[in-house]
Design a protein around this ligand. Structure first.
Ligand code: SAH
Ligand code: SF4
Ligand code: F3S
Length: 460
């Protein structure tokens, strides 16, 4: 009773920017704050504590945070007039990159906490309540973080699970090695325990996360007499043996860490979904070199061939940057040629954004914005056409669809195909969380339309 009372006392609102690792971190922050009596607020206005879990990857992402802080300042001032407390915390990669500068620029901020230190949020909240002025915590304490995180709450049939953090690759455009620190892999037993806890709560699909998820390496669990070090392939096979877990995905992979063990697992392990996000960024060797990606375009294409030989139906996805310093029209044409050669099922593409402190920011040959716009439009048109072609090719097929959530219309559910496409299906609510065979009947710009097969209907 006492606890229930407390949980109504305070509420937290978290706004999440950036990648899936931030989504995972935000969920864990909610889990951490629950024992302190924090419930979830539906808007910043209704909250006692607002956390912005931020992203520093591109200039625009970082700027969004400051405009949001402007809005929050107004709420804080209005609440103060009524004697109501309102705390603002900045977490995530902007917090790590800018630290104390945030509170200098936005004094309304009470706490600044980096992505490897948010397990200390409960202490920070207590400290912020005691002292005037802001509280800063930006240590890199990855192992401590995972040890200190509390039992987690699943929310629906799919879940993210961070298995690896940080990055040692130092691509010359990227802030991640500075904001997340160096590569750290979580131990097998920790990951397995978290996966089991999720599955016990009805989770069917787990997406293993890491900035370089395929760089994950760890000793096998005690008692295993096989390899001395496991890679992601072994980990996936291990997790696949857990009853109740139906689907495994992982993201984001780096071409340099795509080893034979993982490729073989993609071909052999049925629970591993046929979808691979394998960013290449650019197609000209000169640019790949300047980006410090550590491979050529041809090596990437040969890698894709090996992946396709192991898993012919695999859906490929990638990230691209246009207008990296020194990129000529000819270099950009090489990116288009690489995209033509691969054929992507989905992709993310960005204009190069100059990030302070990264080597790329100081390079000569920065590309004019208008040029970047033009290249991005051409690249996106090609990627869009490839996505539509991939989606269209599913029409008429029967695919197993994991029904994840209610659709916008009554009587409709939205699920995912093995290839990560959204599928809209007429199905009863009672089927939420199940995997049902559905015939793909058509495509819309961002999804597939499907109908339950008679077998699926019988299951309903
Ligand atoms: N670890 C992943 C990517 C993490 S960041 C990998 O190595 O592929 C996600 C994507 O953001 C990158 O793949 C890249 O395409 C894009 N990105 C990173 N820094 C950028 C910058 N300075 N400007 C534009 N896009 C950037
Ligand atoms: Fe950034 Fe490169 Fe590391 Fe990916 S591999 S997180 S792009 S530095
Ligand atoms: Fe952004 Fe940090 Fe993720 S910079 S993309 S939130 S690792």
């Amino acid at each position: 009773m006492g606890q229930e009372q407390a949980s109504k006392d305070k509420s937290v609102f978290i706004r999440t920017y950036g990648c899936q690792m931030n989504v995972y971190d935000s969920e864990r922050m909610i889990d951490l704050l629950k024992p302190l009596g924090y419930g979830a607020a539906t808007s910043p206005e209704d909250a006692d504590l607002v956390i912005l879990n931020t992203c520093h990857i591109r200039e625009k992402a970082a700027e969004k945070v400051y405009s949001e802080l402007g809005r929050l300042k107004k709420i804080k001032t209005a609440k103060a007039k009524h004697g109501e407390a309102f705390s603002i915390a900045v977490a995530g990669c902007v917090a790590q990159a800018e630290g104390a500068e945030i509170s200098a620029r936005a004094p309304q901020v009470d706490m600044v906490v980096g992505p490897q230190a948010y397990h200390r949020l409960p202490e920070l909240i207590a400290r912020a309540a005691r002292q005037r002025g802001d509280v800063l915590e930006t240590d890199f304490a990855v192992e401590e973080k995972f040890d200190r995180l509390v039992a987690r709450n699943a929310d629906g049939p799919t879940a993210f699970l961070t298995i690896q953090e940080g990055c040692d690759k130092f691509c010359t455009f990227c802030v991640v090695p500075y904001t997340r620190g160096s590569e750290v892999s979580r131990p097998v037993d920790d990951i397995t325990a978290e996966a089991r806890a999720l599955i016990a709560q009805g989770v069917k699909e787990i997406t293993l996360l890491g900035q370089n998820v395929n760089a994950w390496r760890a000793p096998p669990p005690a008692g295993d007499r096989g390899e001395t070090v496991w890679g992601l392939g072994e980990l996936c096979r291990h997790l696949a043996r857990i009853d109740g877990l139906e689907r495994i995905r992982f993201t984001t992979s780096h071409p340099r860490d795509m080893d034979d063990g993982l490729i073989a697992t993609l071909g052999e392990e049925e629970k591993l979904m046929p979808y691979l996000h394998l960013p290449v960024q650019a197609g000209a060797d000169k640019i790949l070199k300047a980006m410090n990606r550590g491979h050529t375009a041809d090596e990437y294409l040969r890698l894709i061939e090996r992946v396709r030989a192991a898993r012919p139906d695999i859906a490929l996805s990638g990230d691209f940057i246009v207008g990296f310093p020194g990129e000529t029209n000819e270099d950009f044409e090489a990116t288009l040629a690489l995209v033509e050669a691969v054929g992507y099922a989905s992709a993310f593409s960005f204009k190069y954004s100059r990030r302070p402190g990264t080597p790329g920011a100081a390079m000569r040959g920065q590309v004019a914005d208008a040029e970047k716009d033009e290249r991005l439009a051409r690249l996106q048109a090609l990627l869009e056409a490839q996505k539509n072609a991939f989606n269209r090719a599913q029409t008429g097929k029967v695919l197993p669809v994991l029904l994840e959530k209610p659709g916008r219309h009554a009587g409709q559910l939205v699920g995912r195909s093995p290839y990560l496409q959204s599928v809209h299906i007429r199905a009863p609510q009672s089927m939420l969380g199940s995997i049902a065979p559905a015939r793909i009947t058509g495509i819309t710009p961002n999804a597939l339309a499907g109908a339950l097969t008679t077998e699926g209907e019988a299951a309903a």
